[in-house]
Design a protein around this ligand. Structure first.
Ligand SMILES: [Zn+2]
Length: 383
């Protein structure tokens, strides 16, 4: 490839993909496109295995990221005068500082509580009357329950009006729980550390997909198996090309996230394109006995059954055949309710086509997450 090879947008598809392992293979700074002395800061992704991925920013990159985050906050309706309680982790993870910069860009007041220490989070939500909550959706769902356990009346005691939830996929049912509990409006935010961090996409008040900043990101969808570019509107893996990044301008970066690009203009009037909410990461997709299952689909089913709690765990094991087990919390007096158990199993079978072993466990039994939730335990031998 030479710069002259690119004459039109279509020519972009001639560029080879960049994949996550490229970033690992060139760890830590082998993919820099500027001399090291021009770097303003570094972040790193939370690597679950081995070395993390390091992402680098020039001063210009950081200014651009701040602007994108500012727009993201603006679309969600965050304004000067708002108090943003930022419960994303501060540190190498891009979430904490990314949302911090966004709050500053719109002139809101930011409270950098970072993750964890739930009792203190709730105390500050009340005492400071924070109006915006920024955190992972699984943590916010946990706060729904924790606020009641701690004796708060969420709608009366707190002043939350906007939620900015991202870093993991979440369901419409989770949205309903968060909105019903706190009386806020929940917006899905999309981002990846490799593409600055948060601030790639955000739901506007139409909440019909997420706007992706078209002046910074060129979006394609591809067939995850063949790599072929798909027509707009077809579901596939999202691939991003960054248009102004200086330090690490990734070209055709494969996200592993499955979505589709909307062609129609949004009723809000913004002309930045839209993608559908992320159903799951192709890495997170479980194949159980030949059936594709996303953890978010199981969440969707469980949250639709009255008396089932917010907390669940999915365990996949293999004896001769794959087995899907789901542990889900329920109030103490329902743990031995055969009708409820059957309802949960029937719903999973009806929606996903899988016979799951459901186990009802008492509220408070399953581990709580303060960052991204670990919902799935896959006990099957690695192939
Ligand atoms: Zn819109």
């Amino acid at each position: 490839m030479k710069p002259e090879s690119i004459r039109s947008l279509e020519d972009v598809s001639k560029i080879p993909f960049t994949v996550k392992t490229d970033l690992r293979d060139y760890y830590p700074l082998g993919l820099l496109a500027v001399p090291q002395h021009r770097l303003y800061c570094l972040h790193a992704s939370s690597g679950t295995t081995g070395k993390p991925i390091v992402v680098a920013y020039t001063r210009g990159d950081l200014d651009r990221w701040t602007r994108l985050m500012g727009r993201t906050f603006d679309v969600a309706g965050v304004r000067k005068g708002d108090i943003v309680q930022n419960m994303y982790g501060y540190g190498l993870f891009t979430g904490g500082l990314g949302f911090h910069y966004g709050a500053r860009a719109v002139g809101a007041t930011v409270v950098p509580t970072s993750v964890g220490n739930t009792k203190r989070q709730l105390m500050l939500l009340k005492d400071l009357q924070s109006t915006v909550a920024a955190c992972t959706p699984s943590y916010m769902v946990y706060l729904c329950e924790a606020s009641r356990v701690e004796g708060y009346n969420p709608k009366r005691d707190f002043a939350l009006r906007i939620g900015l939830f991202g870093a993991e996929p979440w369901s419409e049912e989770a949205r309903k729980r968060m909105e019903d509990t706190f009386g806020l409006r929940a917006h899905d935010c999309y981002g990846l550390s490799e593409l600055y961090g948060p601030g790639v996409g955000i739901e506007c008040d139409q909440r019909n997909g997420l706007h992706v900043w078209g002046d910074e990101f060129l979006v394609e969808t591809i067939d995850p198996d063949s790599g072929e570019v798909l027509e707009p509107g077809t579901e596939g893996e999202l691939v991003f090309t960054m248009l102004s990044r200086e330090a690490m301008p990734l070209l055709r970066y494969r996200t592993r996230d499955l979505s589709r690009v909307f062609e129609q203009e949004c009723a809000c009037g913004r002309c930045h394109g839209r993608i559908q909410r992320i159903k799951g990461r192709s890495d997170d997709m479980l194949i159980v006995g030949g059936v594709n299952v996303f953890p978010s689909q199981i969440e969707h089913v469980l949250m639709n059954v009255p008396d089932l709690g917010d907390q669940y765990q999915i365990i996949v094991s293999r004896e001769q055949l794959d087995r899907l087990s789901v542990k889900v919390e329920t109030p103490k007096n329902k743990v031995n309710d055969p009708g409820l158990l059957k309802k949960a199993q029937d719903e999973i079978l009806a929606v996903l086509g899988i016979n799951a072993d459901v186990e009802l466990v008492e509220e408070g039994t399953l581990p709580r997450s303060e960052g991204k939730a670990r919902r799935v335990i896959d006990l099957r031998p690695k192939e």
